[in-house]
Design a protein around this ligand. Sequence first.
Ligand code: SF4
Ligand code: SF4
Length: 113
Amino acid sequence: MGKKGILVDMHYCTGCHACEIACKQENGFGVGNWGIRINEIITEKPNSDRVHFDYLPYFTLQCNLCAERIASGEDTKPSCVKHCGTACMQYGEIEDLAKEMAAKPRAILYSPL
Ligand code: SF4
Ligand code: SF4
C-alpha cells in the first residue's frame, strides 16, 4: 500500500469551512487547534470595481489523515473529505492523486510525513 494524501480542487472550494468543523468534531480539537484551515484571499480585479475570492486550504501538523477513523473501519474517507460541501476533496494513494492533479487547473496535494 502506497502513501496516502488528500487532493483539494481549489477551483470548486467555496470557503464553506465544513472541512474545518468536521475535523474539529472528529478529533475533539479545542479553541486554537485545527487540522485544516481555509484562508480567504481577496484580490481586486484590474480595471474593475469587482473583487475575486480565493480559498486556500492549509493542512496543519495536527492532521494525520484521520488515521484512527480509517484504521477502525468506521469510514473509508477522512472526516473533512466526507463533509466537504462541494466534494472538491479526494482521499487516496498519492500517486493516483498526482495524476488527477495534473488535469486540474488549480489544486493542492497534501500528504503528511
Ligand atoms: S484528514 Fe482528518 S485530521 Fe486531517 S484535516 Fe481532514 S479531518 Fe482533519
Ligand atoms: S469543505 Fe470543501 S468546499 Fe468547503 S471550505 Fe473545505 S475544501 Fe472548501
